[in-house]
Design a protein around this ligand. Structure first.
Ligand code: TXA
Ligand code: MG
Length: 306
């Protein structure tokens, strides 16, 4: 029997909340990518997340809330700029890094003094978290280093029966992970470009977001991550893509590059399909790195890293 359940079945939210209460893990839909969610209040569930993903302990997890009222429980001394941005962007594909409170498990933060938090726009996710009554910790529901899942079937393909329940709410609408902004330095820093365009954030906040400095703080900052099995070759134009394709008939071009939202929404599914079909060479046209194009470029660059 499959562990995939439709989000609109009558008892799905209850079943998902029960699984979380038992210390189980669920495949949770979000607008960015599917998450592997466990109760933030249950140490065993949290350590199971690392086992099931094959993720090294120490790589911190994002805390997902259902409403703004819970923020003070997990974060301390929230800067005014963060309050303003959160007010404008949540629920949505924005994660903020803040000073952690003592209520956050060390497994979530990887023993850091900071915690990453977001409220997802996906309504089913928020209903599940609200019914559970605690925050959930949720990394993307893929095997570590693999391409993130944007459908319930992708979650099943990677994690199968190791997840108690996978809630199918259709394909993730945005398709790339949330934008992560670190609000702990004096000038906020962009740790990961994502579903919320940096230009829009800067306009909303009326301040500048800097590039990250110092050592890598997010695994999304590693050079290779989000990688399919096939080799990924980046080109700058369709004509360049065409000449590669005519020299390599075994290659496949990632489509929908003409529209940034469609490109982002389908990118991971196309990479997974190419792997499934045994395509050895994936050709992708890099978009202009602004707006959603910044996140797409970032993921393509990581996928193409040898
Ligand atoms: O869109 C998303 O953010 C998805 C959905 C499921 O919400 N989640 C996601 O989680 O992408 P994950 O674990 O795959 O990526 C979270 C990133 C990692 O690169 C992690 O290192 C970083 O957030 N992160 C989390 N907590 C952090 C912290 N305290 N300091 C620095 N980086 C942190
Ligand atoms: Mg991930």
């Amino acid at each position: 029997m499959s562990n995939i359940v439709k989000s609109n079945a009558v008892d799905t939210v209850e079943r998902a909340a029960e699984a979380l209460a038992r210390g189980g893990l669920i495949g949770m839909p979000t607008e960015t990518v599917y998450g592997l969610a466990g109760s933030a209040a249950n140490e065993q569930a949290l350590s199971k997340i690392f086992d099931v993903k094959g993720r090294p302990i120490g790589h911190p997890l994002i805390v997902h809330l259902s409403s703004l009222e819970e923020l003070d429980r997990y974060a301390l001394s929230i800067p005014q700029a963060a309050v303003a941005l959160i007010g404008a962007c949540w629920p949505g594909p924005l994660t903020v890094l803040l000073q952690r409170s003592r209520h956050v498990s060390d497994l979530i933060t990887g023993n850091r003094s900071t915690v990453a938090i977001r409220i997802p726009a996906n309504e089913c996710a928020r209903s599940i978290i609200a019914m559970h009554g605690h925050a959930v910790a949720a990394p993307s529901a893929n095997r570590f280093g693999h391409v993130s899942p944007t459908t319930a079937q992708h979650v099943f393909d990677d994690l199968g029966e190791h997840v108690d329940l996978i809630v199918d709410d259709g394909p993730s609408t945005i398709g790339v992970e949330s934008t992560i902004i670190d609000f702990t330095p004096p000038v906020p820093q962009l740790l990961r470009p994502g579903g919320f365009a940096l230009e829009d954030l800067e306009e909303l906040m009326d301040i500048h977001v800097a590039a990250p400095d110092g050592e890598s703080r997010a695994s999304g900052m590693l050079e290779s991550h989000y990688a399919p099995q096939g080799k990924v070759l980046l080109v700058n134009s369709l004509s360049e893509a065409k000449s590669v394709l005519s020299a390599h008939p075994e290659a496949r071009l990632i489509s929908h590059w003409e529209s940034l939202p469609l490109y982002a929404a389908s990118l991971y599914a196309q990479m997974r399909q190419a792997d499934h079909d045994g395509v050895p060479l994936i050709v992708a046209i890099t978009p202009v790195p602004s707006g959603l194009g910044r996140a797409i470029c970032d993921r393509l660059k990581k996928a193409s890293h040898p």
